[in-house]
Write a protein that binds this ligand. Structure first.
Ligand SMILES: Cc1cc2nc3c(=O)[nH]c(=O)nc-3n(C[C@H](O)[C@H](O)[C@H](O)COP(=O)(O)O)c2cc1C
Length: 392
């Protein structure tokens, strides 16, 4: 029995129509409190017994880190890093904090977060509301003295709104300097639609200047990823793949939210009386699912699986997770699905992945990564004929 689906979600979403940002705030408060109950191992064990699943076939060692399972929490849920102590007890195999910016900032005016229930989606234009890299560094340093996380913790970096685009590299670098010893991996987020001009940093010349300064500073060789938008043209993704190779990135995270409104069933957003087309922001959840998988497939195909991919976008079920992994994602992340399906979702996905491994006679999840290419099925389906393998 799933209490979240039977009772909590209907009350919050349908009956009370609770404000999504308020609900998020409450969830963060509860998890932050739980995170700091370090002396209360019974509480943690209780959560672990119902939400976690350990199985060696789900484990992977990637870019020098051990991942107990491939399902991570995506960036944006815990922008300030206040819940890192509890995330492993929620079943996640890794988690990404942030986006954090060098300068603390309040984000966009409210309302800025909307549920699109009939689309199983969320529209957000939060705008990197966060208390800044220095505050996150102080918090994580303090927590490091109290406990060590049993799962890899990534930190997602964004550009401060007040920093002009020309000074973006210095801004990312300043955050990285403060946080580089406190995260297990780092993400250069150049794909949020909610900071003016940010996505133009995906342009090869802009992105290379950011990656250049970060890798120069990266003396302990922390894995660095770039997170891309689902709305990029194939050519632009191809350019980013080349940069990832040039700057020896650990991999690519595909994808962030989309600015597309195609195929949405929602006509009017109740809170504002406007259509999704009239509201700024990025869409996450089910409408993003196929596009993000297509991008994962493209990256895998172009690189022959040489660049690790973290796949994210519209994962609600084991089938969704399997589609991303077999298209080439070594790891996956969830956010919107977790909001809709509740805390049992991670375990359900892990159980489903184990079943899929069995059905396909595979011994470990790493054998499933890019499986559709090994089976030879879909090599030419993506519509990317213009990109021959020699390009890379
Ligand atoms: C409310 C909300 C806030 C988000 N904030 C961030 C963020 O700060 N940084 C980031 O890289 N992605 C952010 N994302 C994007 C997610 O990390 C993820 O890439 C996207 O939502 C697709 O996954 P999903 O369909 O499972 O939600 C946010 C998503 C949502 C729904």
């Amino acid at each position: 029995m799933d209490i979240y689906q039977i009772a909590i979600r209907p009350v919050l979403f349908d009956l009370l129509k609770a404000d999504p940002e308020w609900s998020h705030h409450q969830a963060i408060n509860i998890l932050s409190w739980l995170s700091h109950q370090t002396g209360n191992s019974r509480l943690h064990r209780l959560l672990e017994n119902s939400l976690c699943l350990q199985n060696h076939r789900l484990e992977q060692n990637l870019f020098g880190l051990h991942f107990p399972n491939p399902v991570g929490l995506a960036a944006g849920f815990d922008k300030d890093g206040v819940t890192s102590g509890i995330l492993s007890s929620l079943g996640f195999g890794f988690a990404e904090l942030g986006t954090v910016t060098f300068v603390a900032q309040p984000g966009n005016p409210r309302p800025r977060l909307f549920r699109l229930l009939s689309d199983q989606a969320v529209l957000n234009r939060m705008g990197f509301n966060n208390s800044g890299a220095a505050a996150m560094a102080a918090r994580l340093a303090q927590e490091k003295q109290m406990f060590t996380s049993s799962i890899p913790i990534g930190i997602n970096l964004g550009k401060s709104k007040v920093t002009p685009l020309e000074a973006a590299a210095e801004d990312y670098l300043s955050s990285f300097r403060l946080l580089k010893d406190l995260g297990d991996y780092f993400v250069v987020n150049v794909s949020s639609p909610n900071t003016p001009g940010l996505r133009s940093l995906q342009d090869a010349s802009m992105l290379s200047s950011i990656l250049d300064v970060l890798q120069t500073e990266n003396n302990s060789q922390k894995p660095i990823f770039v997170k891309i938008a689902p709305d990029l043209e194939w050519e632009a993704i191809a350019d980013i793949i080349k940069l990832a190779q040039t700057y020896q990135l650990a991999g690519i995270i595909a994808t962030n939210t989309t600015i597309s409104r195609e195929g949405l069933k929602t006509q009017v957003i109740e809170k504002t009386g406007k259509s999704p087309e009239q509201e700024a922001g990025g869409i996450s959840g089910a409408p993003l699912r196929d596009r993000s998988t297509e991008i994962i497939r493209f990256i895998w195909q172009q690189t022959q699986g040489q660049i690790p991919i973290i796949g994210v976008g519209g994962i609600f079920s084991p089938d969704d997770a399997w589609a991303k992994i077999t298209a080439g994602a070594s790891l996956i992340q969830v956010y919107t699905g977790w909001i809709y399906e509740g805390p049992m979702m991670v375990r359900r996905i892990l159980e489903g992945l184990l079943t899929k491994l069995e059905q396909n006679s595979l011994n470990s999840i790493s054998e499933a990564v890019g499986l559709e290419f090994n089976q030879g099925g879909r090599q030419r389906e993506v519509g990317v004929e213009a990109f021959s393998e020699q390009n890379f």
